[in-house]
Design a protein around this ligand. Structure first.
Ligand code: LLP
Length: 427
């Protein structure tokens, strides 16, 4: 496996046996069963530190990429704020002990309950997405700038769409005009929102936010967004500009993505070129770039079906319930055997899951060692973002546990679901 697709502390021992964080991953599969998410804690920490060093205070981790209490605590320890976009993400971050002031509330359709909770606990920022939300904020703050429990006016950013089409999958493109998110600059809606928010005594408008999409490799897309945003932002004289998340990561051999530092340098340069004052707080919200490469998924091969002249199906004990990305976006992944990480991979096959549909594909064009056998542990790298967080119980499959590994130790941060967990909500 190319090292840039593996977690930072990945090492290979005799025969190419993989360890991460000083822990042998085959031993983990033995002890904890499969499927299993394994995260390199050092990798996560280093990416957080890189983001803080590159963007400064205020840079937030987009928790939709992967969230549990341990992750929220780690991210906060490393100095990042956290972007939460639902009551659920807010609840987990608070349960981890993250100070509310370090949270940024997102969402294109925040409910009254979600907004009320955010105001009650005093989240650091609310990113306002619609005129209906402005009306709700007015209602909840009682029209006189304060809730009963929060001492200061809530600080808000206005989310705008710059009309920039990022080069990525249609489902995760958000900067274009035809979108459910934010206020359009071109139509004048964004100016209307600024007008409403800045003349309000209920909230304090501190900045502008934009998120052009996800899994974006071309830094030029961010530069284009900055150019459009700057024209809108500059006359407002506001202190903060957030450029959202979206930095892409390499999933398969041959792909190379910019680093967080390169992304930040490009954004800062573009902001300076556009005349944005140096004192402006320029922030971002990376999710995938923090978590994706830190995590691998371990599966066990259950059957190998060779259809002569057609294809070889390699079925594992997980599937679209632990990683829906290939089905949803046609995303590509690599697969390898962690007992022989660096082995030649001449066997071509399709890695599928155990769900009752043909679309249940994990790796459409996998290359694997020729001596693969039933019972082998098979790994997919770059599985740390939008895998566990989008996992489901389809076919009443229980969701895998999550382990954090570091310094030769593994700790379970999310336990495996049990069959009884599947009955928990039944009445
Ligand atoms: N900020 C906002 C407002 C967002 O909507 C998102 C992602 C992010 C930040 C973080 O973006 P990232 O740095 O992770 O690209 N499920 C899809 C990705 C959906 C992204 C949604 N919003 C996938 O698996 O590719």
């Amino acid at each position: 496996m190319p090292p840039h697709l593996l977690p930072l502390t990945a090492r290979t021992g005799p025969g190419g046996r993989l360890s991460v964080g000083g822990v042998d991953v085959l031993d983990l599969a033995e002890q904890h069963g499969t499927p299993l998410f394994v995260y390199d804690e050092e990798h996560l920490r280093r990416r957080c530190r890189e983001a803080v060093a590159a963007f400064g205070d205020g840079v937030a981790y987009a928790s939709k990429a992967f969230l549990c209490r341990a992750m929220a605590a780690l991210v906060a320890e490393e100095g990042m704020c956290i972007d939460v976009s639902t009551a659920g993400e807010l609840h987990v971050a608070l349960a981890a002990g993250v100070p509310p002031a370090r949270l940024v509330l997102h969402g294109n359709n925040k409910s009254e309950e979600e907004l009320a909770r955010a105001l009650e606990v005093g989240v650091g920022r609310i990113v306002v997405d619609s005129f209906d939300e402005i009306a709700l904020l007015h209602k909840l703050t009682g029209g006189h700038g304060q809730t009963s429990t929060s001492a200061r006016r809530p600080q808000v950013l206005v989310r705008v769409t710059p009309g920039v089409e990022a080069h990525t999958h249609e489902y995760v493109m958000t900067g274009q005009e035809d979108t459910k998110f934010g206020f359009s600059i071109a139509s004048g809606a964004a100016a209307g929102a600024v007008e409403a928010l800045s003349s309000s005594t209920d909230v304090e408008l501190v900045g502008v936010h934009a998120h052009i999409g996800s899994q974006v490799f071309a830094l030029a897309s961010f530069v284009k967004a900055v150019e459009v945003l700057a024209r809108f932002f500059l006359p407002l004289g506001l202190p903060e500009l957030c450029l959202g998340g979206g930095l892409g990561v390499a999933y398969v051999e041959g792909e190379q993505a910019p680093t967080i530092s390169e992304w930040a340098a490009t954004v800062h340069h573009a902001c300076a070129e556009a005349g944005i004052p140096p004192a402006t707080r320029i922030t971002a919200e990376p999710g995938r770039a923090i978590a994706a490469t830190a995590g691998i998924t371990l599966y066990r091969v259950g059957t190998v079906k060779e259809l002569p002249g057609i294809r070889t199906y390699i079925a594992v004990d997980g599937g679209m319930s632990d990683n829906p990305r290939p089905v949803l976006y046609g995303s590509g992944y690599e697969a390898f055997l962690p007992r022989a990480t660096d082995a030649e991979r001449p066997l071509q096959g399709t890695v599928v899951g155990k769900h009752c549909e043909s679309g249940d594909i994990l790796v459409r064009q996998a290359c694997l060692p020729a001596d693969l056998v039933v019972g082998d542990v098979l790994a997919t790298p770059v599985a740390g973002a939008y895998g566990h967080s989008m996992a489901s119980n389809y076919n009443k499959v229980t969701r895998p546990p999550v382990l954090f590994v570091a310094n030769g130790q593994a700790r379970v941060v999310v336990r495996r679901e049990t069959l009884d967990d599947l009955l928990r909500l039944d009445q």
